[in-house]
Design a protein around this ligand. Structure first.
Ligand SMILES: [Zn+2]
Length: 390
């Protein structure tokens, strides 16, 4: 049975102990120690990493009474000095303790029980059994958890028997029947938990709620505690500073500025559309003067297919013609007519495009196609023009 030092002192980072066993498995090499402060995956808290006899600890798992440390290679000595990766562990302690406090406040304020907890590499989430929490309720929760942080309640842990556990107002019944580990957040809650926690709520630093969403009848709350909350604030500050500098305005005026900018954009967009339509109408009139037995065919090196579609629409609106416009810019073309011709543009494309490695199609009155290169485009353009000359 490994003596689990993290139960006795979550702040212990270095110790010297004896190697008890070495296991060679498919998943890798595992070392069992007499005493270990390495926390194994469990209870929503990820495992620790660190060094064991100068060798990297990659993974830590709990198996019955033992803690197994997956290592790159086995240590050569029986006695090994161990050290856990403290920044990683302390982060887990802040997030995990933050979760206890957040869950307690959700329960106290809105009778919302936590049904699951996820401690991810970037952020944490809890699911609470309420289909919805209003923005006001979430704001009240955030205010209350941070108030408990400033009150700096002590957090202590100890083992009790099943009978003793029954007498405590536990958050939920313990999963184990003997040696129940209690984590007590003074004036807040008694919780059966095997994880590692900070010594007092003040060390959680801060809890910031980031978003809430519906999740199968529950509400999922995303949050960050401690250094993660600070980093989040720094990151948001950085983005906000850039925005205010770029838009040359204070942060309180940002939204106003964006509203005005959006209106200006809409106005300009309408103006551009109006001008384009006018230009298309004019160009369509020009094209109509150049028709050759009911057919207009033109090539453009500076217009996109979208521009040519608008132009073709204008042409067929103004005259009884077939119109074929090619964009050498995009190697695409459009073929359309006003509706009074016994020609199906779509059917013609379907039949003839394969010979020119073209892809496309359309209806009776309009079809479009794209080509791999300008050569194919122009060959198909010419073929279509010749085929439909009255
Ligand atoms: Zn816990």
């Amino acid at each position: 049975m490994t003596r689990r030092l993290y139960f006795e002192d979550a702040y212990l980072t270095c110790w010297v102990t004896q190697v008890k066993n070495k296991l060679e498995r498919d998943e890798g090499k595992f070392v069992v120690l007499e005493e270990s402060a390495f926390y194994p995956d469990g209870g929503g808290q990820p495992h620790d990493t660190g060094m064991l006899g100068g060798i990297q600890v990659l993974d830590v798992i709990s198996e019955e009474d033992e803690v197994l440390h997956r290592v790159e290679r086995f240590p050569e000595t029986k006695e090994v000095a161990c050290e856990i990766n403290w920044p990683r562990r302390f982060d887990h302690m802040q997030q995990h303790s933050g979760q206890h406090l957040l869950s307690a406040v959700c329960r106290d304020l809105y009778d919302a029980t936590t049904t699951s907890f996820h401690l991810g590499a970037d952020y944490c989430t809890i699911d609470v059994d309420k289909p919805e929490l209003s923005p006001e309720q979430l704001a009240a929760i955030e205010q209350e958890v941070n108030c408990h942080i400033y009150l700096n309640h002590r957090i202590v842990s100890y083992f009790v028997s099943a009978e003793e556990a029954e007498r405590l107002p536990l958050v939920k019944p313990p999963k184990v029947t003997e040696h129940v580990r209690i984590v007590e957040m003074e004036d807040v809650e008694y919780n059966g938990c095997g994880g590692t926690h900070v010594a007092s709520t003040g060390s959680i630093g801060m809890i910031k709620l980031l978003k809430s969403e519906k999740q199968k009848g529950c509400t999922r709350i995303t949050f960050k505690s401690g250094y993660r909350a600070l980093t989040e604030f720094q990151e948001q500050q950085r983005v906000l500073s850039q925005l205010t500098a770029r838009l040359k305005t204070g942060r309180n005026e940002l939204i106003d500025r964006l509203d005005r900018w959006e209106e200006e954009q809409k106005r300009l967009q309408a103006e551009v559309s109006e001008l384009k339509q006018r230009e298309d109408r004019h160009e369509a009139r020009e094209l109509l003067t150049k028709q050759e037995s009911g057919m207009i065919a033109a090539r453009y090196t500076d217009k996109s297919l979208t521009q040519l579609q608008n132009l073709a629409n204008e042409v067929v609106a103004q005259g009884e013609v077939m119109v074929l416009l090619a964009s050498e810019l995009e190697n695409k073309l459009i073929f359309a007519h006003s509706g009074s011709f016994p020609v199906s543009c779509g059917a013609f494309f379907k039949e003839h495009l394969p010979a020119y490695q073209g892809k496309g199609g359309g209806s009776n009155k309009q079809a479009q196609a794209g080509f791999a290169n300008t050569e194919d485009l122009l060959a198909f353009f010419e073929h279509t023009r010749q085929a439909h000359l009255g």
